[in-house]
Design a protein around this ligand. Sequence first.
Ligand code: ZN
Length: 542
Amino acid sequence: MKIRYFIQVLAVAALAACQPSGSPSGDPEESAVTEEKVGTSPYTNCSFDSAASGENFDTVILNGRVMDPECGFDGMRNVGIKDGRIALITEGEISGADSIDATGHVVAPGFIDPHQHTWNDYGQHLLIQDGVTTGLDLEYGALNVPKFYESMAGESFFNYGVSVAHEAARIAVMDNYVHDKGTDARYVHAARTLPDTTRWRDDIPSDEELAEILALLEQGLQDGAIGASSTVGYFEAGATTNEVFKVQKLNKQWNRVFSSHTRGQPEMPPPREYSMGSRETIANQAAIQGAGWHSHIQRSGWDEIYELLQGLQKQGMVAVADIYPYVSGLPNAAAVPLEFFDMIGQEVEESLMDPVTGEYLNLEQLKDLHENNPQKIVVVFMGEAAEEGWAKMEDISYAADSVPVMDEEFNTLPLDHPKDEYVGHPRIIGTRSKMFRLAREHDVPLMNTVNNASYVPAKYLSMLGLPGMQERGRMQEGMVADITIFNPDTIRDNSTFALGERALQPTGIPHVIIGGQFVVRDGVVDLDSRPGQPIRYPVAQD
Ligand SMILES: [Zn+2]
């Protein structure tokens, strides 16, 4: 299959004539594909007019509006899928063993989420209903990279990948703690809140410790991690600028992305505002011409951080951010200092919620959680929603930042756990559908939203040579058949913070295909499908 694919792609690449994706167009009339263009993938193929063959495809998607942001293509086409790949895009009549009619729907590259932490069945089956076909954790990551990939093989609805975790490396070196089950986000809340693991958060490592931390990160890069990532916002008092700079330089050495939850806090007054923290990593990446990914920039200061990153993008750099369209976070109680709400000028009783009961908490209750249940997940509402601004951002990615969905004892929930008893954040199933709704409400061209939902992560990670992203995020012949089919007129989120509504399925995303397999069909999840493939660099030889 592999060999056949490469031959096919090389053959069509020679004929391909492409145009730059350029400014997005909302015109559903077909885009002209005329100019020469070099894509971000060696397999870029902007040919959308193949002759219909008599071939019997595995699956055909008929009469849909195919959109490909990389080539700027937007036109009515039939799509043939064979052996897990997009084999043909044509105006001609085609047939297959299986067939769906996509009249009135967009046939888009599957949505790619670069920042989510959901490695459990239950959470994943919610994310795929929002159109997600690839989920990466480029924020927290994992320390033992091979162990992470082994734990996911054959077990994942969507394609999966991680960075190597700066925070977990600090916990391992400075507190001598590694969770016996694993080192990815499923186990982080436990590590963060153990009473005797505090050095990672509060202390500056010795020179020897820092050397060990960097060696662990380099081991992760060698093992194929997508980058070395830092949640320095959770240990800002313990990390010098020099430590962060060194982690960024390590990424540069490996030509990988440094992704980060930067210092500071949204809504915080100077000098601890979030944009100040972003500046640290932006200055470093500008100086070393390194790649940077900035987590959840949607709250206060978002427009400024966005402008800074756009400035770097214009210079050809990989400088990207992700957003989720909500003004609420989901930390554990221990991560919310008692003085926090005073500092951001908000009332505790209006800003802090127990997600399980839906009730708002007061300062005494927060204090009680700090003492008796620091791992408890709470909802923190901060600042104002900037819905129009979010919807109009270009070349940004959408990420749910969804946490592992587990019960209070850290066990994964069974797939038959009732959806109306899900007490997590509605963003897990509403991030992308909400962005499409906001874009529609604010007259943003559809191609811009498809670009952000599908292509942006693939584009920037392709520029860094990540193989799995060079053949995804694109509706092009030869690419992996990860496809999200949605109705542009009706797509919307339905999940809210009201109890019982947290996991309501979005409207208008009837079909989601991963590697040629339906994981959602006619709005129903195939609970037995696990087509997810690893997204990682090849393991480097010594
Ligand atoms: Zn974060």
